[in-house]
Write a protein that binds this ligand. Structure first.
Ligand code: ZN
Length: 243
């Protein structure tokens, strides 16, 4: 994918060149998802029960009765429950990388559509206000979009009773989380988020904070904490993939 190809160009590009599946690279037929074939979607690693009721990580290979989740042990999240549709491995990881760094925001539409095929994920969102994790204004400007906003908008259009609301703002840029440990990540994003000016928070509304990937949960926790401090009572979280 070339750098100049923006989302607006994409429709034209699709007309001129045949569309390929982002996973299998095979030509696409006329499918509901434009860049993710059924065969490609089948190769995404879905998360099934049993899973951690806090961060959503699957409990594969852990013994019954040994259900302390090593992925969110010290998190004590401000969100009630996080649910993730896929493992951030293999094809789901490549697609998310292209969404964030490859100027392919349109791939978020297909990954979100594949995510809501899972009933646990869909029911987790149903009837809620979906709040995307914000990017700092300068990062958003550089990237041209916020992938979490795109994902939240797409999910809201697919799940009954949902709407997306960009309630949060990131007030200062934070160093990349990718090389930081669990506690450092938490310190890194603490206090980074505020309620966007003039946006009311309703204590009777259930909010689900939306991100592309949950790794340690630090970012989703910081966002959930901001909503709670502003008066939200029911705050959960969801990500397309668990890192
Ligand atoms: Zn967990």
């Amino acid at each position: 994918m070339t750098r100049w190809l923006t989302d607006l160009d994409r429709g034209f590009f699709d007309l001129v060149f045949p569309r390929d599946c982002a996973v299998t690279q095979e030509p696409m037929d006329e499918e509901a998802r434009r860049h993710l074939s059924p065969a490609g979607a089948a190769r995404l690693l879905r998360i099934h029960d049993p899973r951690c009721l806090s961060c959503g990580h699957p409990f594969e290979g852990l013994l019954e009765g040994d259900r302390a989740c090593p992925h969110c042990l010290d998190l004590h999240p401000a969100f009630g429950r996080a649910v993730c549709a896929f493992r951030a491995r293999g094809p789901a990881r490549w697609i998310i990388h292209r969404i964030k760094y490859g100027r392919c925001p349109f791939l978020a539409d297909d990954l979100a559509a594949a995510a809501v095929e899972d009933e646990v994920f869909r029911r987790h969102l149903a009837g809620s206000v979906l709040v995307p994790v914000p990017l700092h204004a300068s990062r958003r400007r550089d990237r041209g979009y916020n992938q979490a906003e795109r994902i939240a908008g797409r999910l809201a259009s697919l799940v009954a009773g949902c709407r997306a609301d960009p309630l949060l703002r990131k007030q200062h840029e934070t160093p990349s989380q990718t090389k930081l440990g669990r506690q450092e990540r938490r310190r890194n994003v603490a206090g980074a988020f505020i309620i966007a000016e003039g946006r009311p928070v309703d204590p009777a509304t259930r909010y689900v904070v939306i991100d592309d990937v949950l790794t340690t949960g630090a970012t989703l926790h910081a966002c959930a904490l901001t909503l709670r401090k502003a008066g939200a009572i029911l705050v959960d979280a969801a990500a397309l993939a668990h890192g």
